[in-house]
Design a protein around this ligand. Structure first.
Ligand SMILES: Cc1cc2nc3c(=O)[nH]c(=O)nc-3n(C[C@H](O)[C@H](O)[C@H](O)COP(=O)(O)OP(=O)(O)OC[C@H]3O[C@@H](n4cnc5c(N)ncnc54)[C@H](O)[C@@H]3O)c2cc1C
Length: 382
């Protein structure tokens, strides 16, 4: 079933992006996984082809594309590998903060470079001591005559190594009560004095994605780099996190579809007891069940995307689709790897990498337990 928001233009984009990725990404992906990062040159090529933030207005370098284009780009990137999640994070998660809350001057300064790949972005919320409980972050920004002095440490930051611009979540009023009212967003540029990268983190999956620690030691942030209003940061996050969670769900369903495709192919070819693995009823039932669940997940996700595109309040539905699709991707990864037998455990088979990449989707962008607390609140249980 085709989603109602997907038009012929979206399909044309899908075909050209797929061709581009077949030339520029698929052949190099294993190399990037080993290197622990995607080269910056790939970002520039994405920019040249118009695949970075196409939703931005023309005056900032985009072409005013609707969210359907973002869906297609995220799906096609996911089909190469979950390690390309940094592109979706830049396109549909971080740059939207600059667009929604930036001043005209800030937008003119940075947005065009975000579409060419000259400027790669990241968002730094998580700290060594605070992830789910965002209001308890300890990074502070103390105001002075020129701007702010930023101190603190962030971790698990996607695009952390490549980022030229980081939206940093910090406290401008550390003693505010309730705590979330003291949170602000600062735009920190690559060459800011006092800003440095910590370790590039050694993950069990998403290996081509550069994830790192960021350190701020009396970092001097200009007053022009405050994003939006002081003390409003938590509200901005709550608004923008909806699209972030949708992006994770879109990736999860695309990964499920890819794993089913790989597994159907494999079980038809592999033989045991003189028959193909596909001919065993267990294989057929397992795959039929998974296919059904994936299609159910896609239908609900598509409905949520459509409502999001229509500007409806989708907090509950986004939380539901995020936890459900990312639980599903873990299940699909486990079952599909199992159906590959011993070969599924070998790195030379794509399913092994998918199995390593899947679990983190249930953790980042708000863990699945946090999604359930939001749903419970919406149900009037809290
Ligand atoms: C690969 C990767 C990329 C990431 N990218 C980014 C990024 O770009 N920017 C960024 O800011 N962060 C990023 N993160 C961080 C991510 O968002 C956090 O890891 C996540 O929010 C969970 O926080 P935590 O790790 O501190 O876990 P904790 O908050 O310590 O949670 C530990 C466990 O307790 C559970 N838990 C916590 N609170 C509750 C509760 N109230 N009820 C029930 N259970 C609960 C959690 O669900 C989890 O299972 C990334 C993480 C990873 C692994």
């Amino acid at each position: 079933m085709k989603a109602s928001y997907i038009t012929e233009e979206h399909e044309i984009l899908r075909q050209s992006l797929r061709k581009f990725l077949e030339k520029e990404a698929y052949p190099y992906y294993d190399e990037w996984e080993k290197a622990g990062e995607v080269p910056r040159g790939f970002w520039r090529k994405l920019g040249e082809q118009g695949y970075l933030c196409p939703w931005l207005d023309e005056k900032y370098g985009g072409f005013g594309a609707d969210f359907g284009y973002s869906v297609v780009i995220n799906e096609e990137m996911e089909k190469v590998g979950t390690g390309l999640i940094g592109v979706g994070l830049h396109n549909d998660i971080v740059v939207p903060y600059l667009h929604a809350y930036g001043t005209e001057e800030q937008k003119q300064k940075w947005l065009p470079k975000c579409t060419t790949g000259e400027c790669i972005t990241a968002i730094a919320m998580t700290e060594p001591g605070a992830g789910s409980d965002l209001a308890s972050i300890r990074t502070t920004a103390v105001e002075n005559e020129k701007g702010f002095t930023l101190n603190g440490e962030k971790t698990f930051i996607t695009n952390g190594i490549h980022a030229d611009l980081v939206v940093v979540v910090c406290k401008t009023a550390p003693h505010a009560s309730p705590a979330y009212k003291g949170i602000s967003l600062m735009i920190v540029e690559r060459d800011t004095p006092g800003f440095s990268r910590g370790r590039k983190l050694d993950k069990i999956g998403l290996n081509s994605q550069d994830t790192s620690e960021l350190i701020f030691e009396d970092a001097a942030v200009s007053k022009d780099n405050l994003l939006g209003k002081k003390g409003e940061g938590f509200y901005y996050l709550m608004n923008q996190l909806q699209q972030e969670r949708l992006i994770v769900g879109i990736g999860a369903i695309a990964a499920c579809e890819r794993m089913l495709e790989l597994t159907v192919e494999y079980v038809k070819e592999r033989k045991a007891f003189g028959k193909s693995i596909a001919s065993f009823q267990n294989t057929q039932f397992k795959l039929a069940e998974l296919q059904t669940e994936v299609e159910i997940g896609r239908t609900f996700l598509d409905r949520t995307i459509e409502a999001h595109m229509n500007g409806e309040d989708v907090v509950k539905e986004v939380s539901m689709s995020k936890w459900w699709t990312t639980d599903l991707v873990k299940k699909v990864a486990m079952e599909c790897m199992h159906l590959h037998g011993g070969y599924g455990y070998m790195e030379e088979y794509e399913i092994a990498r998918r199995f390593r990449d899947a679990p983190v989707t249930a953790i980042y962008a708000g863990s699945n337990e946090i999604m359930k607390t939001i749903i419970a609140k919406k149900m009037g249980l809290v």
